[in-house]
Design a protein around this ligand. Structure first.
Ligand SMILES: [Zn+2]
Length: 340
């Protein structure tokens, strides 16, 4: 098959479009022909080098495609059936997995991180990770959903316990997690404040349902949050930026508020004044991907049209280097997708 592989860690130039061996379909797996694969910041980190990644390696966490064939032990799928793949890999039989918290499994990893991903023509996966999609969703839209919508759902619903009527600040409106979190918070009838670096992105965020847009280059986020919330602050901050926004995110919380973070696209080292933490009774929560139950829950809303993925730009797989360069410029609003 054709694939883009990396044989060493580095910049976009290490992404090599080439022939690679077809995956060997096990009796307990389903073989899927990849039609679209969305990019995430994880692709960049893996490309630059993460522990546990064996070379050569295929990147790509978010896959949509068609079933080619099922292994001998598998029934229930038809050749040609349109599906997306859960972006998670887990053992399926440990205490955490059987309790339904796959993202706490010791073998847990993300597709394309410690195992080969979807920047290729064919992929063999466990049937639990193969999820049929409705005809209303094209492959590019479907591939843009799993990782960021699952991440945002677990942050807001699983970890922060969002409730109707709360006020939520979503950092980075134009990011995949931002786009998902804005819509999920609105689904829970929250008041949503969000941030972006220019007016056109803020306009798109309002179109997704955000009630207030804050231009983080023109205004101090926490000062604008105080103004909008009548000095109260917000109940929940959805944080994924890191050191560039951390202090402003903490300052934006009301007393008893919750900050939930799923990552750091800027420096991951941040400071915290413990006097603020205890005196204002703040909760700081970490969040990593989500559970299979949560994935099915959020996909139900996507398939019903209540939540929508946003595709920024589509590249052919052979131009994956250009797609990575586009991602690293951070000029997009929504997902970058490669097509096969
Ligand atoms: Zn497990």
């Amino acid at each position: 098959m054709k694939a883009v592989r990396i044989h060493q860690f580095g910049g976009p130039e290490v992404l090599t479009y080439e022939d690679a061996p077809d995956p060997q379909l096990r009796k307990d797996q389903v073989l899927v022909r990849v039609r679209a694969c969305a990019l995430n910041h994880l692709d960049v980190w893996v490309r630059k080098g993460l522990p546990g990644v064996k070379l050569p390696h295929i990147l790509g966490s978010d896959v949509a495609g068609e079933v080619v064939e099922s292994g001998e032990y598998i029934s229930g799928f038809k050749p040609g059936q349109r599906v997306l793949l859960s972006p998670m890999h887990y053992c399926g039989h440990c205490a955490k997995c059987v309790a339904g918290v796959q993202n706490q499994c010791r073998e847990f990893t993300v597709l394309g991180n410690s195992i080969d991903g979807g920047n290729c023509e064919l992929i063999a996966v466990s049937p639990a990770n193969v999820i049929p999609i409705p005809d209303t969703l094209d492959f590019n839209q479907a591939a843009s959903v799993p990782l960021v919508f699952l991440t945002a759902w677990h942050m807001l619903v699983g970890r922060a316990g969002v409730r109707p009527g709360q006020t939520v600040l979503v950092l980075g409106a134009s990011s995949g997690v931002g786009i998902a979190a804005i819509q999920i918070a609105k689904l829970f009838q929250c008041r949503v404040l969000t941030t972006a670096g220019d007016e056109s992105k803020l306009e798109k965020a309002r179109a997704l349902g955000a009630d207030f847009g804050i231009n983080h280059y023109k205004q101090k986020i926490s000062e604008d949050v105080r103004r909008i919330t009548n000095k109260e602050g917000v109940d929940i901050v959805v944080e994924h930026v890191g050191s560039a926004t951390w202090d402003e995110s903490v300052r934006s919380l009301k007393s008893g508020g919750t900050l939930v973070t799923c990552g750091a696209t800027t420096d991951p080292n941040v400071g915290i004044d413990l006097r603020h933490l205890f005196a204002r009774q703040l909760s700081l929560l970490g969040s990593y991907m989500g559970t299979m139950g949560e994935l099915h829950e959020v996909l139900g809303h996507v398939f019903a049209g209540r939540l929508k993925s946003v595709v920024d730009r589509v590249f052919p797989l052979r131009d994956l280097r250009s797609a990575h360069e586009h991602l690293e410029k951070s000029q997009m609003f929504g997902k970058i997708v490669v097509n096969l």
